[in-house]
Design a protein around this ligand. Sequence first.
Ligand SMILES: [Zn+2]
Length: 95
Amino acid sequence: MGEAERGESAPRARISFWCSNGHETQPSFAHDAQVPDIWDCPRCGFPAGQDKDSPPDPPRTEPYKTHLAYVRERRSDEDGEAILAEALAKLRGEI
Ligand SMILES: [Zn+2]
């Protein structure tokens, strides 16, 4: 918690990333944070890079999936059923 409170003494830098659709996103990073080479474009989900003129290639085969969808896909069917059962229980107000 203390880290966040000291926001002013830990300046953040905005770094621009561009995806192949030309979307610019500017996440901010703490100065001592490691800036990733690739950032997911929040608008289309394509990978975005810091070089505006040569953004990373978009994923070719699969449409964009949310992280959650990706995680769900990797779960076993058994886990999937448990998640479904839990979701249904929530719908019924049992949880
Ligand atoms: Zn984009």
